[in-house]
Design a protein around this ligand. Structure first.
Ligand SMILES: Cc1cc2nc3c(=O)[nH]c(=O)nc-3n(C[C@H](O)[C@H](O)[C@H](O)COP(=O)(O)OP(=O)(O)OC[C@H]3O[C@@H](n4cnc5c(N)ncnc54)[C@H](O)[C@@H]3O)c2cc1C
Length: 385
């Protein structure tokens, strides 16, 4: 096992960091205060090749590995977790679902625009009454000759009111349970597609989150992704890959909190000394660095297993669980190190703390990750993946 980044990965990290410091860092505070989703920034991220970094070259991607995509999301989340979340949902969920399961014709018609940032993607699984138990969804798609009519609504959808392409899970055969769920492509502008009222959030104000409503929305049967009834199986695989990206996203926030806290501790004086001299502060920083490093190792392992075609579900769940709990813990400690200045909006650490909470909820809560890990452990034993 190699613990070093490759030359290519190193270069991606540097390019993303340069971009994020130049284009995101100076504006993140304002975007989040004013709840602006900066679409033009996501387009630029696409133009630079970051959105497609790990996708096949024949669709306009960069052909790099899974860890390269993690590096992109981590680097963006360092300064603005909202933008990074919008990019992660676009790449890992929407475009990820399409590249894994859509027909060649669907891939060729959608992926080049999605990967270049000309179109924005959303992925619609959660509903107002179903989240962790996604199979309990109620959105129905009824076949009528050569088309399907979709009715229902999806809740908390990232890019939900700004996307051009939606991957939508719906029940096509209620009696078949999980095997009666199918995935569809829906494009913005289709009659019957609308959004619910604006959702006010705790954090991630630069990311769009919306309810997506389908009212007698008709799509041609050719918009089905893969076979009818395969949607739930597809969803589980898309989420497994997505969790590796979310682990990187959480690490980006945790690193931001640690770096900001270390800078602050060097310049803030109390009792005639920089607070960085106090062991209580040093231990918080040391624990942050150690937990971030452990999160990174777990994430690298999950990404490596995925790229080698091995089972990686448990490894991805562990990476996501540990990285997200690290992000919540590290951002809370960063506020502590900033004292009163951590509690006010002059410094970004309070935003990091609010943003980090979502990492313990989205793409499977921490409880769901523990269920996945325990189930795999009890079924297969420890030494498997
Ligand atoms: C900002 C944001 C962005 C999002 N983006 C998307 C998106 O792009 N696409 C999408 O489809 N969804 C998205 N979501 C939805 C997100 O994935 C869900 O919120 C999440 O899966 C949890 O579902 P829920 O909110 O219904 O909570 P619930 O499932 O109702 O869970 C409530 C609580 O019960 C616990 N719980 C549930 N079942 C069990 C169990 N069996 N054992 C133990 N505890 C359990 C949970 O862990 C949690 O603590 C987003 C959510 C937010 C807030």
């Amino acid at each position: 096992m190699d613990f070093e980044l490759t030359e290519e990965q190193r270069q991606i990290r540097t390019t993303v960091a340069d971009f994020a410091e130049r284009e995101i860092k100076p504006n993140a505070g304002r975007w989040n205060r004013e709840a602006i989703f900066p679409r033009e920034i996501v387009e630029k991220i696409g133009q630079l090749g970051f959105l497609g970094v790990a996708f096949p070259e024949q669709y306009g991607g960069g052909g790099a590995d899974t860890l390269s995509q993690v590096i992109v999301v981590e680097g963006l989340a360092r300064y603005d977790a909202g933008i990074a979340l919008s990019c992660a949902a676009h790449m890992s969920l929407c475009a990820g679902h399409i590249v894994m399961f859509a027909s060649e014709q669907q891939r060729v018609s959608l992926l080049p625009d999605l990967l270049a940032g000309r179109k924005l993607g959303a992925w619609c699984l959660t509903e107002p009454d179903s989240g962790s138990d996604a199979a309990a969804m109620r959105t129905r798609a009824i076949r009528d000759g050569d088309s399907f009519t979709i009715d229902g609504s999806k809740m908390f959808i990232t890019n939900g009111s700004v996307a051009d392409v939606y991957v939508v899970m719906a029940v096509t055969e209620p009696a078949a349970g999980r095997s009666g769920i199918s995935a569809f492509l829906v494009e913005r502008g289709t009659k019957g597609l609308s959004n619910g009222p604006k959702i006010e959030k705790l954090g991630l104000h630069s990311s769009d989150t919306a309810e997506v409503i389908f009212d007698h929305l008709k799509v041609p049967a050719t918009n089905l992704i893969g076979e009818a009834g395969a949607g739930y199986r597809q969803t589980l695989q898309v989420l497994e890959g997505g969790r590796i990206g979310i682990a990187g996203w959480a690490i980006g926030m945790a690193r931001g909190a640690m770096e900001d806290a270390a800078d602050y501790a060097r310049q803030r004086h109390q009792f005639g000394r920089p607070i960085a001299d106090f062991q209580a502060i040093q231990w918080m920083l040391a624990d942050m660095a150690t937990r971030i490093e452990a999160s990174w190792m777990l994430t690298c392992r999950a990404a490596a297993l995925k790229d080698r075609g091995l089972r990686y579900g448990r490894a991805a769940a562990m990476a996501k669980l540990y990285a997200s709990e690290t992000a919540m813990w590290a951002t809370t400690k960063a506020v502590q190190i900033h004292g009163g200045y951590g509690y006010v909006t002059e410094f970004p650490v309070e935003r990091y703390m609010r943003d980090a909470k979502l990492s313990e909820i989205g793409e499977g809560t921490s409880e769901v990750q523990r269920m996945i890990i325990a189930k795999s452990l009890l079924r297969d034993g420890y030494l498997t993946e």
